[in-house]
Design a protein around this ligand. Structure first.
Ligand SMILES: O=c1nc[nH]c2c1ncn2[C@H]1C[C@H](O)[C@@H](COP(=O)(O)OP(=O)(O)OP(=O)(O)O)O1
Ligand SMILES: [Mg+2]
Length: 203
């Protein structure tokens, strides 16, 4: 049996401002008051697992235990078929530099690898998201979502975050970076997982 969310406050166990903005927008219709990991002065736990689900559980359980409140995390990434699913769980790591994250650099690295491989067009990829809703007593629920598309070069658009400027979802000719946020929320991997969370835990 799926446990229902019946609290008033939900902690979003993420330090990514782009994600926080998207999750707050997705939760808006449900009258839940949301706070972030930063609002509770939480550190960023190390993401030591090699699956989205494993890392989503680490983040949500850490926040739930630390705050005594239910917490929702998202672990996500982009999987490129011609790169055998890379960068996948390591999407954020590929952008890591001494001075913080550099996503243009990570996108260029990804495109260069595809060029070096002479990967055929379209260069298919998908964004994946696993949401974990965890309670302070250790119970949790997991929900998975994805969106299929292909990569394009050069980068286009300044909406969204992360890899959005090179991802064109199937059925569109614009990137997530060029898309209105409300439209991204209709079709994104996070929205897909979120619909399952709502059906399971909020309905
Ligand atoms: O809709 C998206 N549009 C573009 N890029 C995206 C998206 N969703 C995930 N991504 C990329 C960037 C992100 O940095 C990485 C996930 O890494 P991931 O560890 O789950 O998130 P994070 O470290 O940025 O924030 P946090 O762990 O605090 O929730 O995949
Ligand atoms: Mg992370």
């Amino acid at each position: 049996m799926t446990r229902k969310f019946d609290g008033k406050e939900l902690v979003i166990a993420s330090h990514n401002k782009g994600k926080l903005r998207e999750i707050a927008a997705l939760l808006k219709p449900f009258g839940v008051s949301v706070t972030s990991a930063a609002d509770h002065d939480l550190e960023e736990p190390e993401e030591t697992e090699d699956t989205f689900a494993g890392n989503a559980r680490i983040k949500a359980h850490f926040a739930a235990k630390s705050t005594g409140l239910p917490a929702l995390s998202d672990d996500s990434g982009i999987m490129v078929d011609a790169l055998d699913g890379a960068p996948g769980v390591y999407t954020a790591d590929w952008a890591e530099t001494e001075n913080g994250r550099d996503f243009p650099m990570a996108m260029e690295k990804t495109w260069t690898l595809l060029e070096e491989k002479n990967a055929p067009l379209p260069r298919t990829a998908r964004f994946c998201s696993t949401l974990c809703l965890a309670w302070p007593d250790g119970h949790d629920e997991l929900f998975e979502g994805k969106v299929e598309g292909s990569l394009t070069w050069p980068m286009r658009g300044d909406q969204g975050f992360g890899y959005d400027p090179i991802f064109v979802p199937n059925g569109y000719d614009i990137t997530f970076g060029e898309m209105d946020p409300a439209e991204k929320h209709e079709i994104s991997h996070r929205a897909d997982a979120f619909a399952k969370l709502v059906a399971g835990s909020f309905a």
